[in-house]
Design a protein around this ligand. Structure first.
Ligand code: AMP
Ligand code: GLY
Length: 442
């Protein structure tokens, strides 16, 4: 089976690896020369113009069986629609279906219209006067969220990124004035309190298969300080759950994703591919923070590292509407992903810096490496503006997996940093205690 993969980061390296493990041929399109993906590919195309994919010989000559898209930007540009027009089906959503991620307003409206549980109070604005008028009588803590895509870096939460109501209003106005989030306007949402978790699922628009739960660490610095990022690392547990999520909340979260997919169907939109729910468990139950139209990065790395089913059958099932649970299997191992990122990542990343990777050291130490936004030139590796290298520890025991990952970070040198606290016992116990306090707070 010939698979076209779009994207050149750590998530896509993990997808590439799953395709190869299940015996597929891999044709990869990316903007940067990712050495991990290139090594696994039967052929690859480097270009910063997405339309070049459509002209690539394997695509134009009809050699590709199915496509899979890693990042959100090509989904928004409608690459899945363009491929379908020339007869290539994808295990990723169309431009219309991807609105569940590319417009937070579309997502909130859909949840409202179909009474899907887990929605939060949310108000849309495209005009600054309206914001000022509305906020006069709004006296609860809130979050300010650009409607369109911002690479995970546009949301600001009261008590966290800003303190006073006035500061929040100023930021909401700035979002409108500077067009942050593609100039689509801004949402003001009630602020939720709780612990966040990621639930990803495979779907063909009808059937839905949940993957193991993952917890991502979005803040740039240890102890959840600093700006939001795309995700500094993540962990998953051997039982595919998280220590602070009860079974009922897990089931509810699966049901929310299922209802979203089925509601889209009622709107005449078939959602195919991975759907990603960023949830928060609050004292009022699971709440939807955002929905993504793709695998998470790093969360894809956690789940695909332990995927032991038939990935090609899953891709084919999503793309053709015949998804079957019999091809989905995840081993009972815990995983810890630590992203090594350029110094200054989250604000002003040290890009174009050479890094040195001792891959055999990593392998000997029992860890796994996935290349992120690395550029290869003349056999040397350089950082870009995004996350550089993901190191994964995998073990039945979570804390052993963490040690494996942490220990292997020393085999990569350069102007990079990572969060040591991800997957550590103290970090996780703290989250469990915080959740207990939130749940018992009257
Ligand atoms: P998003 O890009 O929507 O995932 O938001 C980024 C981060 O902002 C989330 O991971 C949350 O930590 C936080 N956030 C977003 N919306 C809310 C909300 N309504 N209440 C509290 N925190 C939020
Ligand atoms: N790790 C968050 C995301 O992929 O959006």
């Amino acid at each position: 089976m010939n698979i076209l993969l779009i994207g050149g980061g750590g998530r896509e390296h993990a997808i590439a690896s799953a395709v190869k493990r299940s015996g597929g041929n891999l044709y990869s399109y990316m903007e940067n020369r990712n050495p991990g993906i290139i090594r696994l590919s039967d052929d690859f195309l480097i270009s910063s113009n997405l339309n070049d994919v459509l002209k690539w010989k394997y695509v134009a000559d009809g050699k590709i069986d199915f496509a899979i898209v890693g990042p959100e930007a090509p989904l928004e540009q409608g690459i899945v629609n363009s491929l379908e027009n020339i007869g290539i089906l994808s295990a990723s959503p169309s431009k219309e279906a991807a609105q569940i991620e590319t417009s937070k307003k579309f997502m909130r409206n859909l949840m409202e219209k179909y009474s899907i549980p887990g929605n939060v109070e949310s108000h849309y604005f495209s005009d600054e006067e309206e914001i000022i008028r509305f906020m006069k009588d709004f006296d609860r803590p809130f979050a300010v969220k650009p409607v369109g895509l911002t690479g995970g870096k546009g949301v600001r939460v009261q008590g966290d990124h800003f303190q006073s109501k006035e500061e929040g209003i100023r930021y909401a106005i700035e979002v409108i004035r500077s067009g942050i989030g593609e100039g689509k306007g801004v949402l003001i949402e009630e602020r939720m309190l709780g612990e966040e978790y990621t639930l990803q699922a495979f779907t063909d628009g009808n059937n839905l298969i949940p993957m193991p739960l993952v917890q991502d660490f979005k803040r740039a610095l240890e102890d959840d300080k600093g700006p939001n990022t795309g995700g500094m690392g993540s962990y998953s547990m051997a039982d595919h759950r998280l220590p602070f999520i009860d079974e009922q909340s897990f089931e509810k979260s699966v049901e929310i994703l299922r209802m979203i997919v089925h509601s889209l169907k009622r709107e005449g939109i078939t959602y195919k591919g991975t759907i990603y729910g960023q949830f928060m468990l609050t004292k009022y139950g699971p709440k939807v923070i955002e929905i993504n139209a793709r695998f998470g990065d790093p969360e894809a790395i956690n789940v695909l590292t332990i995927f032991e089913g038939d990935f090609l059958k899953i891709i084919e099932g999503m793309a053709t509407g015949n998804l079957s649970v019999k091809y989905s299997r995840f081993s009972n191992d815990s995983t810890v992903v630590k992203y090594l990122v350029p110094e200054g990542y989250g604000t002003n990343p040290a890009h174009g810096m050479e890094i040195v990777v001792d891959e055999s050291g990593i392998e000997r130490s029992g860890a796994i490496i996935y290349f992120g936004s690395v550029n290869e030139r003349n056999g040397k590796y350089y950082t870009t503006h995004s996350r550089t290298i993901a190191i994964v520890g995998r073990h039945m025991d979570l804390y052993t997996a963490e040690e494996i990952a942490e220990n292997a970070t020393k085999f990569v040198t350069g102007r990079l940093y990572h969060r040591r606290d991800i997957g550590k016992r103290e970090t996780i116990e703290k989250k469990v205690r915080r959740m207990e306090e939130i749940l018992k707070d009257p």
